[in-house]
Design a protein around this ligand. Structure first.
Ligand SMILES: Cc1cc2nc3c(=O)[nH]c(=O)nc-3n(C[C@H](O)[C@H](O)[C@H](O)COP(=O)(O)OP(=O)(O)OC[C@H]3O[C@@H](n4cnc5c(N)ncnc54)[C@H](O)[C@@H]3O)c2cc1C
Length: 421
């Protein structure tokens, strides 16, 4: 059995940023483990631009963004194991991993950072009826085929779901010569970033059909078409509105699920809204010494925020390793009216890192103009005017320690209208 100070599970942008920050915080023994053959996580296949605007003030591609951190990991001499799958994690931070060279590896860590990312929801997860022909892919799998393996998934494509991966793939497949017939979205609004609707659909005249879903898949060996229908306010298909669209490929971009099998093994408490761990101000989970960041914690639209969160988790883990400081988790963070969730779920004002706390949240609905209000048992703490709020675009707000006038709880909610209130 090996003894390690800090083990980071996952070598995507979250794991890499956490590793660099932990080393900068003075943790000498940092090990990153990833099951893939290269570092970089999902960014390896995201060859479009749009990464790094907040952190580097530059528009980088996914691989370029990842490379900056991979280089730092190498320059700082941080150890990493590739082709290594972590298969077990216990509450007392014992890790079992496996790889072809070493076989089974057993590690006892002082602290662990969970950075395993997320996986895509599949056809099974959303129960689309119909036959089971070839030609149905998740959008991320298709992205990997096109951008890494060099295969085209099909020629005539329908995309279900207007999440960012679906939008990016609509443009990518068009550029590669496919005909993207439409993007079908069950909600009355798109689930992707506004910039992706404009740059990936509108610029290529690809129709976005809102309030519709796929109700049947046709074809025996290969997809021959899909039946779509309008949905009512309860998202149920409306009889008589069906229309057939011929295609040879259906891409699914219907959501991501944080990869928390290991977290659950370690008895980490999971938030049922985000699907990720419940965390405090230092990104520490309900299990002492186990921290979480990135898509394993909640699904992010921008990688820059993944990096910021990972740096916080690394600072928390470094402090835990050095002086075993624990959070009292004494202020409960409550998502209230029009807010779906807020990260972190608890804070301890005395434990806040660098004297300020960032809160990340998503709204339940789109709003054109609104007020984000933060209230505690002592009254209103802060109000911030927001324009163009969408559930797909994460909201973040930073409070200085002295602004956190709360002892018991902080409620976050959105009020519509009056921006000057
Ligand atoms: C198609 C797409 C387009 C995007 N476009 C943009 C954009 O334009 N701009 C932007 O800023 N952001 C964008 N994002 C978002 C951003 O890329 C992600 O939020 C970010 O990559 C998440 O980082 P992560 O490290 O949490 O997860 P990942 O990148 O998924 O990394 C997780 C890593 O953990 C490893 N792992 C998982 N389980 C185990 C295990 N048991 N053992 C060992 N290793 C394990 C995986 O192999 C993987 O390498 C996009 C995302 C996608 C999918």
């Amino acid at each position: 059995m090996q003894n390690r100070e800090l083990v980071i599970i996952g070598g995507g942008p979250a794991g890499l940023s956490a590793a660099v920050e932990a080393k900068n915080q003075g943790i000498k023994d940092v090990l990153v483990i990833d099951r893939e053959s290269e570092l970089g996580g999902i960014l390896k296949q995201c060859i479009h631009t749009g990464f790094g605007l907040h952190i580097f003030n530059e528009e980088l591609t996914g691989p370029e963004y990842a490379e900056r951190f991979i280089q730092k990991v190498k320059d700082l001499g941080i150890e990493f194991k590739l082709n290594t799958m972590v298969i077990e994690l216990t509450e007392d931070k014992r890790i079992i991993a496996v790889n072809p060279e070493e076989g089974l590896i057993e590690i006892q860590a002082k602290a662990v950072i969970l950075a395993m990312g997320c996986r895509e929801r599949t056809r099974g997860a959303i129960n689309i009826p119909g036959s089971r022909p070839a030609g149905i892919f998740t959008a991320g799998t298709a992205q990997r085929y096109v951008n890494i393996e060099g295969y085209m998934p099909g020629k005539e494509i329908v995309i279900l779901g207007s999440g960012d991966i679906g939008l990016i793939m609509a443009r990518r497949l068009t550029l590669e010569g496919a005909k993207v017939k439409c993007v079908v979205e069950i909600m009355p609004y798109s689930n992707g970033l506004t910039r992706n609707i404009v740059q990936c659909l509108e610029d290529y005249n690809i129709p976005l059909i809102l309030s519709h879903t796929v109700v049947n898949i046709h074809g025996t060996k290969r997809v021959e078409g899909v039946m779509i229908a309008k949905v009512d306010d309860n998202l149920k298909p409306i009889k008589g509105t069906e229309q057939f669209i011929s295609c040879d490929t259906l891409l699914l971009s219907v959501g991501l699920i944080p990869e928390n099998e290991l977290s659950k093994m370690a008895k980490v408490e999971i938030n049922e809204i985000t699907g990720g761990p419940i965390v405090d101000e230092s990104m520490q989970t309900s299990v002492e010494g186990i921290f979480a960041c990135g898509n394993v914690l909640h699904v992010h639209d921008l990688v820059d925020f993944v990096t910021m969160e990972a740096q916080l988790a690394a600072k928390g883990a470094a402090r835990y390793i050095k002086d075993g400081k624990l959070s009292a988790k004494n202020i409960k963070i409550i998502p209230d009216k029009n807010i779906r969730y807020v990260i972190p779920n608890f804070i301890d004002k005395e434990n806040i890192i660098d004297g300020k706390q960032k809160f990340f949240m998503r709204s339940t609905l789109p709003f054109e103009k609104c007020l984000l209000v933060i209230e505690s048992e002592k009254g209103i703490i802060k109000k911030k005017t927001l324009r163009h709020v969408k559930p797909s675009e994460m909201i973040n707000i930073e409070l200085k320690k002295e602004e956190i006038l709360a002892e018991e709880f902080m409620k976050f909610f959105i009020e519509e209208g009056d921006l000057n209130a």
